[in-house]
Every structure is written in structure tokens, then in C-alpha cells.
Design a protein. Structure first.
Length: 444
């Protein structure tokens, strides 16, 4: 077939979009902002298909974009009533029996300024619950300490994911969300007993995310289905979660975390910038996990004394920091006490930083690391004497190493210095005959 024939077939004047079935067109509309989806009523083929949208996303930031208004902006005093009328009209005309996702985000307008808004918000959320919504996401940019959440949220049998930000949860007579798998509460005011009641009422809950929960002091639960916990806090907290598998902790100040029971834990990630009270005691509770990840300054806050450092059962160790202090000594202490380690990843997020050096020959002396196979070190400047010391220690201690990857910082690279660094790196003996050294894009 020649090109002329092909062109005539592809430019035959047919409106291929109109030939698509309604289900496909509705799916396409679901990717548009809600205002743009509604405007498609002006297209004959699309007509009122927007009323069948499976997801409804109401975001005041998107709604009040200047390009959405012929004057370029809307009067501030008219924002809340205008947005409320829009919401009421959309929900009145929407025809779909069930909704997959309902998002209600108030980032720039304070709905508390209008007394009728509280009633509106409750009715909008009830609409979603009545339509058997699977994912409900309610955000308030201005933290609302009024009771605006209808209780029907917490008895929904269809919700799979619930995310609340900047609101208050008061006493609940009943909590029964059998289908809920993901629960995220951020900047929410809720009493301990109410939170525990919510968690206990979610028999299928798998992921729990809590950030800056006001008045939270103790977190105890033993729901077997919960596998992941993401928690951000700035006050002392007691953690008792015997069935938990994955834990992500962000310390936003210097609180004390008391761990009672995390006996099923397999993976831990720790973020901290301001310090962690009694970090060494906390660290001992995580020695038996398989995967541990340190971010920001959490690794630097450990006190490294080999005689007191416990032996770990870690298989994967990930350390990512800004390297404000020398870390070489700490790296070696941890590695000497991690005989089960299979993968080591070290990342420096500060361009041009050095790893530091140590003159402690005992900590640099070779030891047997029988399981370590993969080492990735990224972001340190070259030349770096500390990096050479660490590489030499790893190469002579890892009897089954398969590859060591070094990706240097591109901050002011000097070719001559890199060549000298690589030459010295390749001169180190390797305990594993299968060990490959990869520097940048070159394999040695």
C-alpha cells in the first residue's frame, strides 16, 4: 500500500472520538478537572456523559484558577457561596449509582466563615457515602476543630480508603468499616480512645498513616491485618503493635518513642532532623528486622561504640543523609555487627561532601561478611579518602560480593583526580573472585 492510500485512510473525515462507546468516553472525561469535564456538554456526542463520572474531585485551588473566570478573578467575598452553589448543582445532576472516588479539598478558602457551609459539607459527604464511595478524601487547609464529619463515614461498608486532613473526630457510638484497607489521618484532633475504636472497627485495615495527631499519647492495636504504619509525631508516644510488619517513623522534634511490642516487624524507616531522645535504646528494638532505612540525620545520632553495639539481623541497610559529620567510623561499626547483611545502600544528598576518615585500624581490619552481595554508594565527592577506606574494607571482607557500584557526585569533578581515585580503588584485594567494581558507567 502506497503512502497516498494510507493518508486517505487516516484522514477520511470520520470523527473517531464519537465512535467510541460511552464507557470509554466517560473514562477519558475522568482525567479532566471537574469544570472542564462539565463543559463538554457543549459537544453533542458527549452531551451529559459527565454525569456518569466515577470520580468527583472538588478542589478549590483548581476551581478558582483565574483562567476559569472571564474577569480573571472572583471577588473574595463570593468565593464560598459560589463554590457551594457549584457543588450543589454538580451533585444534583450526577447520575452514577456508585462512586469510586470523592475528593473534597479546601486549601485556600476557610469554610468556617459561612455557618451554612458546615451543613453543606456534611451533606456532600453523606452524598458520597450514599453512593457507596470507595475512596473518600477530605482536606481542610485551615484546620477545623468543629464537628463537621458525619458519623455515617465510620459505618460505611464500601469505603476502601479514607484520608482526612485538618479536622476533628468526636465521640463515635459505632465504628464498622469492614472494607477499609487504608486510613490516613493528618493534623486531626481525636482522643486516644476514639482513635483506638476506629482502628478496632476496621477489620480489613492494612495501612495506617498518622501525622501530627493532636492529643495522641498511646498507640496500641493488635489488628492482625495491619501491615504498615506511617507515623509523624512531636510528643512522647508509646507504641504497642505486635502484628505490625512495616514501620515508617518521622520525628518532627525530639520526642521519646517507647516501643512495647513490635515483635512481627520486618522493615523500619526512620526520619529525623532535630534528634531522637534515647535513640540507642530505641535502636535496640529494631535489631531483628530484615530491612532498615535511615534518612536525614537519624543515622548520625547513633553513638557508635563497638563493645556496646548490638549484633543485628539486618539483610538490607539503606542510609541516606546530608553527611554533616564524618560517618566512616559509624559505617564500619554497623557493618562489623551485621553478619546477615545482603545489600548496602549509602546515599549522600549534599554535593561535594566527604565521607570522613578514621585512624582506628581495628575498625578497618577485615572481618567476614558472608552474605553481602550488593553495595551501592552514591553522591560523595571524588577524591575522597574515607570512601577509599570504606571500599577497601568492604572488598576484603565480603567473600560473596557480586558488585560494588560507586556513583560519585558531579560537583566540580576533576578528571585527573577521578583517574587517580579509580586506579587506587582497583588496587584493593577482593575476597570474592566474582566481585565487579562499577565506577560511574565503567565496569572493572
Amino acid at each position: 500500500m502506497d503512502s497516498t492510500t494510507m493518508d486517505s485512510n487516516t484522514n477520511d473525515g470520520r470523527d473517531r472520538l464519537s465512535e467510541l462507546p460511552d464507557e470509554i468516553l466517560v473514562h477519558i472525561l475522568s482525567f479532566l478537572p471537574i469544570l472542564d469535564a462539565i463543559r463538554t456538554v457543549l459537544i453533542r456526542r458527549l452531551d451529559n456523559l459527565w454525569t456518569l463520572l466515577p470520580s468527583l474531585n472538588f478542589n478549590d485551588t483548581e476551581y478558582f484558577k483565574p483562567e476559569n473566570w472571564h474577569t480573571g478573578e472572583i471577588d473574595y467575598g463570593e468565593e464560598i457561596p459560589h463554590f457551594a452553589r457549584f457543588m450543589r448543582n454538580v451533585l444534583m445532576f450526577h447520575k452514577r449509582v456508585s462512586i469510586d472516588k470523592f475528593l473534597l479539598h479546601f486549601c485556600n478558602i476557610d469554610m468556617r466563615e459561612d455557618e451554612s457551609s458546615i451543613t453543606d459539607i456534611k451533606s456532600w459527604i453523606r452524598f458520597a457515602i450514599d453512593r457507596k464511595v470507595k475512596e473518600l478524601n477530605v482536606h481542610f487547609g485551615y484546620i477545623v476543630f468543629d464537628s463537621i464529619l458525619p458519623c455515617c463515614i465510620f459505618t460505611s461498608q464500601f469505603l476502601v480508603k479514607l484520608e482526612l486532613l485538618g479536622c476533628k473526630i468526636e465521640q463515635l457510638s459505632q465504628v464498622q468499616m469492614r472494607s477499609l484497607k487504608i486510613l490516613s489521618l493528618k493534623y486531626v484532633e481525636v482522643e486516644n480512645k476514639v482513635l483506638n475504636k476506629i482502628i478496632s472497627g476496621c477489620s480489613s485495615l492494612q495501612v495506617l498513616a498518622l501525622a501530627e495527631i493532636y492529643e495522641l499519647e498511646k498507640l496500641r492495636f493488635s489488628v492482625p491485618s495491619i501491615e504498615k504504619l506511617y507515623i509523624t509525631f512531636d510528643s512522647d508516644l508509646l507504641l504497642d503493635c505486635p502484628n505490625l510488619k512495616i514501620l515508617n517513623i518521622l520525628f518532627s522534634s525530639m520526642p521519646r518513642l517507647q516501643v512495647v511490642d513490635v515483635s512481627s516487624l520486618r522493615e523500619v524507616s526512620i526520619w529525623s532532623c532535630d534528634g531522637i531522645d534515647e535513640i540507642d535504646e530505641l535502636f535496640k528494638r529494631f535489631c531483628n528486622v530484615e530491612v532498615i532505612k535511615f534518612y536525614d540525620e537519624s543515622f548520625q545520632q547513633l553513638i557508635f561504640q563497638e563493645q556496646y553495639f548490638p549484633q543485628t539481623r539486618w539483610k538490607r541497610l539503606h542510609i541516606e543523609s546530608w553527611a554533616k559529620e564524618d560517618l566512616l567510623f559509624g559505617f564500619c561499626i554497623v557493618l562489623r555487627n551485621s553478619p546477615h547483611l545482603e545489600e548496602l545502600i549509602i546515599i549522600c544528598n549534599a554535593p561535594g561532601r566527604d565521607l570522613g576518615v578514621t585512624n582506628d585500624f581495628n575498625v578497618l581490619s577485615s572481618c567476614v561478611m558472608p552474605q553481602l552481595k550488593t553495595v551501592i554508594i552514591r553522591g560523595y565527592k571524588v577524591p575522597c579518602q574515607g570512601l577509599l577506606q570504606l571500599a577497601e574494607f568492604l572488598l576484603k571482607s565480603s567473600v560473596n560480593m557480586e558488585k560494588m557500584v560507586i556513583l560519585p557526585s558531579m560537583y566540580e569533578p576533576v578528571v585527573a583526580e577521578e583517574f587517580k581515585f579509580v586506579k587506587q580503588l582497583l588496587s584493593f584485594p577482593r575476597a570474592s573472585s566474582n566481585a565487579r567494581v562499577i565506577f560511574g558507567s565503567e565496569v572493572y
